[in-house]
Design a protein around this ligand. Structure first.
Ligand SMILES: [Zn+2]
Ligand SMILES: [Zn+2]
Length: 425
């Protein structure tokens, strides 16, 4: 089978490897239908996760069809379409009994850590993947839920909800700021609305992202590149600051931004994956009575969120359109800059111009020239939030992707090209 293999910081390759097989009675093997590139994968490629060894298949999110079941698996069958959770949990250990699945004590990968796919064991960026503890680590894809929607349940939606919104203690009437409007930030914005905040403020470097965040439930948007961004946020509060500040990037600057705007007795929830230490000025913070939370997603709300997606609640629709940027698994190639690419601009061209004009990419990537800037990681993650402003390609148009991910030189990777006659997105 083909798989994306990690070969050390900055090095990866799409290679032929032995097929995934059943190794333990509680395993299933899933034929991958949809997978994603998570910001965490880019942290791995950046050398931030040294536990990932040379030769590891990357990826921890995906949807597919079960092709083999282990002898102890009784509630799943070959042919079931399933969502693969980023957390593999045995369901029986002391941590699982407390619903802290993120720190499952079973000995798959390493005891005490539930995120093992694409980390400590081979992951989902492959044609097939072995999923341990299948009965407690996959969810059947409900009728009417697309694989693209289902993939959002692997990690992104539960992470934004649990680590951002629940750990941030969002409640009725709160003013919430979400710093970083990438996929997980958007998930936090969307799910925060379930708790009745009075305002949800999206902060990002990119104006298009800020606008897109409003489709996901943000009531206000602020450009972090504005010199007075903090004043703009504070003006949306009673002057004391926000009740909840959710960090969804993973760099020191954005964590500090949250500290800058949170009110006394407020909450800071750090969702971003940090690759380096972050200063914590306790000498000035201690007197403010704020709480700071962080963590690895437990996935203990995944089933609830999936039910909401399946029931067509507001936790669904906005995730549809951004998936226009998708690629066939067999066409994935290690990325590099196209000789013809203009800086960071990504463009889509069609062989026939829909509605008489060429669609152009509406994204402005001010952050992508510098990996330390806030929007970089989350922009590349799953491509969500990068929405082509061009009109939908009607009538039928054959799309051809002509440029590659602007982060390719720093470890990102995308399909080199794609031809598709699927105009349903
Ligand atoms: Zn992820
Ligand atoms: Zn466990």
């Amino acid at each position: 089978m083909k798989a994306m293999i990690y070969h050390g910081p900055g090095r990866k390759a799409w290679e032929d490897v032995p097929d995934a097989t059943i190794e333990k009675p509680t395993d299933v093997v899933v034929k991958i239908e949809t997978t994603t590139i998570c910001g965490t994968d880019l942290h791995i490629l950046g050398g931030d996760v040294p536990a990932v060894q040379d030769g590891r298949i990357l990826g921890h999110e995906g949807v597919g069809t079960i092709t083999e079941v282990g002898s102890a698996v009784t509630s799943l069958q070959v042919g079931d379409r399933v969502i693969i959770s980023c957390i593999s949990a045995c369901g029986h250990c002391d941590m699982c009994k407390q619903r802290v699945f993120s720190h499952c004590l079973a000995d798959e990968g390493a005891s005490g850590i539930g995120w093992i796919l694409g980390h400590l064991i081979n992951g989902t960026q492959a044609e097939y993947v072995r999923v341990p503890f299948a009965e407690t680590s996959v969810y059947r894809l409900p009728d009417g839920v697309t694989p693209q929607e289902g993939a959002m349940l692997s990690d992104i939606l539960p992470t934004g909800h649990e680590i951002g919104v629940q750990y941030g203690h969002v409640k009725v009437g709160d003013v919430v700021v979400v710093v970083g409007a990438g996929p997980v930030g958007l998930a936090a914005i969307m799910t925060s609305r379930l708790y009745g905040p009075s305002k949800v403020i999206a902060v990002d470097l990119d104006a298009n992202r800020v606008e897109q965040a409003k489709r996901f439930g943000a009531t206000h948007g602020v450009l972090s590149s504005d010199d007075d961004w903090k004043d703009q946020v504070m003006a949306l509060t009673d002057g004391l600051g926000v009740d909840v500040a959710i960090e969804a990037v993973g760099v020191p600057a954005t964590f500090q931004m949250c500290l800058d705007v949170v009110r006394p007795a407020g909450h800071v929830a750090n969702v971003g994956v940090h690759g380096a230490g972050v200063p914590l000025p306790l000498d000035t913070l201690w007197i403010s009575n704020i709480t700071i939370a962080m963590g690895l997603v437990n996935t203990d709300t995944t089933a609830t969120l999936l039910k909401m997606v399946a029931e067509h609640t507001p936790v669904r629709e906005p995730y549809l359109r951004p998936w226009r940027h998708r690629e066939g698994l067999r066409r994935v190639r290690p990325g590099r800059r196209d000789a013809g690419a203009q800086g960071c601009a990504q463009r889509l061209t069609s062989r026939r111009r829909p509605h008489g004009r060429r669609p152009t990419c509406g994204v402005r990537l001010r952050g992508c020239a510098d990996a330390a800037l806030p929007s970089w990681t989350s922009w590349t993650s799953n491509q969500v939030g990068h929405t082509n402003r061009a009109p939908a390609p009607r009538p039928k148009v054959v799309w051809h992707r002509t440029s590659v991910c602007p982060t390719a030189d720093r470890g990102g990777y995308v399909a080199k090209s794609r031809d598709s006659d699927d105009d349903s997105w």
